[in-house]
Design a protein around this ligand. Structure first.
Ligand code: SAM
Ligand code: SF4
Ligand code: SF4
Length: 335
């Protein structure tokens, strides 16, 4: 088992399959920066599915049990189900999941992903108010089509669905109760996420963060809830259940209650760089080794060496000093 310098095992791998997205969420890819002139990765820079699957197999040998596909928008990558199928055949992998904005998740796509071996899915949705949501995704995408995607995923058996909602002060905090009401009793798990200072382009200010405690208090004023125990070591969401049996709701408090001490996540960017933290400034190139036909042992050694040196704990040391550091963009490595 690979342990980093703070004793944390490598358990989860998030794989970004593209840095492109059809949304321009203001907190992630503001259109002033990610405009027509923005240079995304070229096709030949992206890892092929075969390259991703090979690295994934090696990561599983090092202790990874859970893989999440992300982006950018992962469903922009054509035939993603082919990659899902390749990954689902890796012995020892216990969980294979995907995070998407839902815009391209048709019934056929959801079925194809399920049949290819996808275990679960997370769909992002920031508001049920159409005007608010259209402004947040900044491409005028309607709420109704994301709700259709959630239904399509559920009908395909990707159950229960996690619905992730980033809360930004003055933008969608009024949506908290509406979202909770809508997903209570649906069997899906709604999770509110504190707005984070990822990347350097979203103009993050602490004043725009709605703390997880406040979110919980807002829900508690409407319905009695009680805390649940974590499902496993390193679970990021604090989980609560409705006392009346209408299911659970979670909050991810990366800003106000950091969980770096149990962070077992590595991130692989679409061009094959290994990032050790969501807020890292640099990744470690693995693609060059892949493309010069390095053997498995050499690549395993390289990953082990990088992980052993890992001492990242950005959220615990977030301060005035860390604010100005260079950081990779969220759309480059996924959430
Ligand atoms: N495009 C897909 C989607 O939106 O689900 C996958 C990639 S997206 C980067 C993954 C998650 O990161 C989404 O749920 C998104 O809301 C979240 N996210 C992006 N920027 C964020 C920020 N500044 N703070 C908190 N969460 C953020
Ligand atoms: Fe795209 Fe997801 Fe970022 Fe929104 S949060 S811009 S959907 S990558
Ligand atoms: Fe993990 Fe970095 Fe987030 Fe801390 S700040 S929980 S080390 S990704």
């Amino acid at each position: 088992m690979a342990l980093d310098s703070l004793g944390r095992p490598l358990r989860d791998l998030r794989i970004s399959v593209t840095d492109r997205c059809n949304f321009r969420c203001t907190y992630c890819m503001p259109r002033e920066i990610f405009g027509r002139d923005f240079e995304f990765l070229r096709r030949d820079e992206l890892l092929t599915f075969e390259e991703v699957a090979r690295l994934a197999r090696l990561f599983v040998q090092l202790g990874v049990e859970k893989i999440r596909l992300t982006g950018g928008e992962p469903l922009l990558r054509r035939d993603l189900e082919r990659l899902v199928q390749m990954l689902s055949r890796i012995g020892g992998l216990q969980d294979l999941t995907l995070t998407t904005n839902g815009s391209l998740l048709t019934r056929e796509k959801a079925r194809a992903l399920k049949e290819a071996g996808l275990n679960r899915i997370t769909i992002s949705l920031d508001s049920l108010n159409d005007e608010v949501f259209r402004a947040m995704n900044d491409v005028d995408f309607p709420v109704g089509r994301v709700l259709d995607a959630i239904e399509a995923a559920a009908d395909a058996g990707l159950w229960p669905i996690k619905v992730d909602c980033v809360v930004k002060r003055g933008v969608n905090e009024r949506s908290i109760v509406d979202m909770a009401r809508h997903f209570r009793g649906s069997g899906h798990i709604l999770r509110f996420i504190e707005y984070m200072d990822v990347g350097t382009t979203n103009g993050w200010r602490m004043a725009d963060v709605v703390a997880g405690r406040e979110i919980i208090d807002t829900i508690r004023r409407e319905w009695p809830i009680e805390p649940l125990q974590p499902n496993y070591f390193g679970e990021v969401a604090e989980r609560w259940r409705y006392v009346d049996g209408a299911g659970e709701v979670g909050v991810i408090m990366s800003v106000t209650q950091p969980f770096c001490g149990t962070c077992t996540r590595a991130r692989l960017s679409a061009e094959g760089r290994l990032y050790l933290c969501l807020f890292a400034s640099e990744g470690h190139d693995l693609r060059t080794r892949l493309r010069r036909d390095a053997g498995d042992e050499e690549i395993l050694d390289a990953i082990r060496a990088v992980w052993r040196r890992r001492d990242d704990r950005y959220s615990e040391i977030r301060s005035e000093q860390t604010a100005g550091l260079p950081k990779v963009e969220m759309s480059h490595i996924g959430g």
